[in-house]
Design a binder for this molecule. Structure first.
Ligand SMILES: *Cc1c(COP(=O)(O)O)cnc(C)c1O
Length: 464
């Protein structure tokens, strides 16, 4: 499989290349040259298979030429197993209504869906760095959950050092502690005086500094890294097949921030999975919902909400979607991104908007509504949902109830315990593997929102 940049000017790479590169050198994002398709027969055969086997069928075409079947199988078996995910279904479906389901994606080591991709990505890093005898510097920005999942995936790995930026004081205490209590020589936590968008801008600036990038051999673990999106395609297949695909269509509601998870749903659909609609569920940071409603992709101010992992105004993965909406015209994507850099907004063409409206619905859900959904669900079903999941559940109400409606549950309620307690009166318990989280020692650097200071810090680590 070959990968091309959305901006059309970076080298064409194979899967190994894009995994170790992250952001394309022309500032774009890598996408497969074309999406592989799976026949109805192949999809049907997934029914009743272990998650790791479904993952093998879905992922194999994307890594063709870079990873041999036996290595891929070994990595998938080691990732999607009981030692890593504490449910044997790996991604269990829970029924909440006659045709309403929650896909629980929070049974991994850091209790959010990001473990699905990052646990696998850590193993790809090991595989490729061992083969190349190379060391990697990982730089990432987190609004909370990416950070802990990436750190957990990279801790102790021989050829990898990870620097993780989070906005100081803007992640929940559980989220912070999950990152800062990992005391390993190859893990550096950095609290930045700023917002998540500031952290993400620092990371992007480091990637766009090509000399720095080569000097420290920089790689991304944010969802700009193709491998992450790819890994997330799998649970769309496992859940849809469990509910009757390919012979019955399903729909998804996806709590969305960086447009990674929902873009994975779009890929699943492009590969042949019968998905009727995908709902973009946002909190009041609603740039994506507004885009679908108005045709204008326009930056707003970042608001702090009770679903902080979606407090994002610039969705980096949206560029991948834009590339397809613009019929894969990289000139158009360059024009759009230039326009956005200058004016903080883009107006999409009519054809692009109507294509997007065919695929997606969108709904923004404010904090008050989110709390009401959590309270109502606790009362009616005794089900405790985290605030991100609750945003998704509310948005799912827009979907046609004739087809199964699956809401992605992106985090365990304990990660957002304060909001859950306020809405439902229930204090969720930490799972046993984390019971002593509040007693563990923390380690973290504080840094100004300043690229020079950040690069100096990374250089020290690489040259020591
Ligand atoms: C990251 C995250 C999201 C948003 O996912 P994207 O792929 O960035 O759209 C939603 N919910 C939780 C709990 C997350 O950690």
């Amino acid at each position: 499989m070959k990968y091309i940049s959305t901006r059309g000017k970076a080298a064409v790479l194979d899967f190994e290349g894009v995994t170790l590169t992250g952001l394309a050198r022309d500032g774009g994002l890598y996408v497969p040259e074309s999406f592989p398709t799976l026949t109805a027969e192949k999809i049907r055969a997934m029914a009743g298979q272990p998650y790791a086997d479904i993952a093998f069928t879905v992922i194999k075409p994307f890594v063709a030429g870079s990873v041999d079947d036996a290595s891929l199988k070994a990595m998938l078996d080691a990732t999607y197993c009981g030692d890593v995910f504490r449910r044997s279904a790996v991604a269990p479906l829970v029924q909440l209504g006659p045709n309403d389901w929650v896909l629980e994606l929070f049974h991994g080591p850091t209790l959010a869906f990001k473990d699905f991709a990052l646990q696998l990505l850590g193993r790809f890093f090991d595989h490729f760095t061992a083969k190349r005898q190379q060391k990697l510097t990982i730089l990432g920005a987190t609004s909370g959950d990416t950070g802990s999942a990436a750190i957990e995936a990279c801790r102790g790995r021989k050829n990898v050092t990870i620097y993780m930026l989070h906005p100081k004081g803007r992640v929940s205490e559980v989220q912070r502690r999950q990152m800062t209590t990992v005391i390993e020589p190859n893990v550096v936590n950095v609290a930045v005086d700023g917002t998540f968008d500031d952290c993400q801008a620092l990371v992007k600036a480091c990637f766009n500094d090509l000399m720095f990038r080569d000097e420290v051999n920089l790689t991304a673990v944010n969802s700009i890294n193709w491998a992450r999106v790819m890994a997330q395609v799998v649970y769309y297949f496992s859940s849809a097949v469990a509910l009757g695909a390919p012979d019955r269509a399903v729909s998804y509601s996806v709590p969305t921030g960086n447009f990674g998870d929902i873009y994975a749903g779009y890929i699943a659909k492009s590969m042949g999975l019968p998905i009727e609609k995908l709902v973009i569920a946002t909190n009041s940071n609603d740039i994506l919902a507004r885009t679908l409603q108005t045709g204008r992709y326009e930056r707003g101010d970042v608001h702090a909400t009770i679903s902080p992992s979606m407090d994002i105004q610039v969705s980096s993965n949206f560029e991948r979607m834009m590339f397809d909406l613009a019929s894969r015209d990289s000139h158009k994507v360059n024009d759009y991104m230039d326009e956005f850099a200058q004016k903080d907004s883009i107006t999409l063409g009519d054809a692009e908007i109507s294509k997007a409206r065919d695929l997606f619905l969108a709904e923004q859900v404010d904090d008050a509504t989110t709390k009401r959904v959590m309270a109502a669900l606790a009362a009616s079903n005794g089900y405790i949902a985290d605030p991100h999941t609750a945003v998704g559940l509310k948005a799912a109400e827009h979907l046609n109830a004739q087809v199964p409606r699956i809401t992605l549950s992106t985090a365990h309620p304990v990660k957002f315990g304060a909001a859950v307690k306020e809405a439902t009166g229930v204090t969720p318990d930490l799972p046993s593997h984390m019971a002593d989280l509040y007693q563990r020692e923390e380690q973290c650097r504080v840094l100004a929102n300043d690229i020079t200071a950040l690069q100096a810090l990374v250089r020290t680590g690489v040259n020591s």
